[in-house]
Design a protein around this ligand. Structure first.
Ligand SMILES: [Zn+2]
Length: 382
């Protein structure tokens, strides 16, 4: 069996090496290896592995790069395209090729799509392959490869973006990345349990505020901010938890009853054990009494000396007293049940406390009701 496994392994390994070899050859030749052509291109109907420019989509790609050089962020660029009702890549591809549009296909541009395009060197006419690799021939998952392992082939297809624009955009991308990674990671107390009341998506934590993720990802095209500061929310939640804890009346009777029941069972068991121990001790006590009598008789008839008698009698007496002590202990009554007074006090609203006590928080949009600013915060306690 181990041999068979080894053979299987060897076979699989070899096969995966062979597939890799073919892929490498194709990539060097500048052919697009797999999947749908990147947004801005389409596959050449004459030679399926060649990319040709899709004029309509290419204009959008150029626009995205131009907006970036003007200083717009990923989400802001997405917002511009959404405002103009421009279809995002996947939806565009499916519509153009008259394919079925899945309900999960995004109808709007998201920041990540913009980011992906702005980092893809394919738009300069170059092919970069092997950006990712599979973990092993046994595990199909992929991980990013080190840049040194990338296989880059220049001028494999027509460029959409000039080298100058590409360089300008990459400088900007690097600068923005450095800015964001220099900021300390902020602990978000409520992530995973905080939702937008309107679109029901989770909220994202940004600059000490929670904002609707749909709104953020769509660059503000969909839903509204629903912004709430973490400080305000923490105070609110903390006072709510405190109030809830105060209102919680502990059913003392039932807890005492439960404790008593447990104790009665334990007592029953320990009673039986104590009775057994008492029996043994009493038998030993009788034996000692008999022994003491014998000692006395032996002393009387001169079988043992007075000194020996005293020593043995003391020993016997010590053992007898120890047994009497043990017997007294066994008769002692069990302790009383402790009195339960109040709920444990919650001092801080840390992640543990929040996870234990709160199921869900829903944040409504800010509004003005009769001249007063208000925001609905729905908290579902566990
Ligand atoms: Zn929302």
């Amino acid at each position: 069996m181990p041999f068979l496994n080894a053979m299987n392994d060897y076979f699989l390994k070899n096969l995966s090496d062979k597939i890799k070899a073919v892929l490498t050859a194709k990539a060097k030749d500048g052919q697009k290896l797999s999947g749908v052509a990147p947004f801005g291109y389409e596959r050449d109907p004459q030679a399926h592995t060649r990319l040709i420019v899709d004029e309509h989509a290419a204009k959008i790609v150029q626009r995205i790069f131009a907006l970036r050089t003007e200083g717009l962020g990923y989400a802001a660029i997405a917002a511009v395209l959404n405002d103009e009702k421009i279809m995002p890549p996947r939806l565009y591809y499916l519509t153009r090729n008259k394919k079925h549009i899945h309900s999960q296909t995004s109808r709007i541009w998201l920041g990540v799509m913009i980011k992906h395009i702005l980092h893809n060197e394919i738009y300069c006419g170059h092919t970069v392959a092997f950006k990712r690799k599979t973990i092993s021939h046994r595990d199909g998952r992929t991980v990013p490869r080190d840049k040194s392992e990338w296989l880059r082939t220049e001028n494999t297809h027509p460029a959409i973006i000039s080298g100058d624009v590409w360089d300008a955009v990459q400088r900007r991308n690097t600068k923005v990345k450095a800015h964001y990674s220099s900021r300390k990671p902020q602990p978000a107390l409520f992530s995973k349990i905080i939702f937008c009341a309107d679109c029901k998506k989770t909220m994202t934590f940004c600059n000490k505020n929670y904002i609707c993720r749909t709104h953020a990802d769509s660059g503000g095209s969909i839903c509204t901010r629903h912004s709430i500061s973490e400080t305000v929310l923490t105070e609110l939640i903390f006072s709510l938890i405190k109030k809830a804890a105060e209102k919680t009346v502990i059913d003392e009777e039932s807890i005492r009853h439960e404790l008593q029941k447990n104790r009665a069972e334990r007592r029953k068991k320990s009673k039986a054990k104590a009775a057994r121990q008492r029996g043994e001790l009493q038998r030993r006590l009788h034996a000692l009494d008999a022994h003491a009598e014998q000692l006395y008789e032996k002393k009387l008839c001169g079988a043992i000396s007075a000194e020996t008698f005293t020593a043995l009698a003391i020993q016997t007496e010590e053992e007898r007293l120890a047994i009497l002590d043990k017997l007294a202990q066994l008769k002692q009554a069990p302790q009383n049940i402790p009195y339960i007074k109040k709920m444990p006090v919650i001092e801080t609203a840390d992640k543990d406390v929040i996870a234990t006590l709160i199921e869900k928080i829903e944040i409504g949009e800010k509004q003005t009701v009769d001249g007063v600013k208000a925001q609905d915060v729905l908290v579902l306690l566990r």
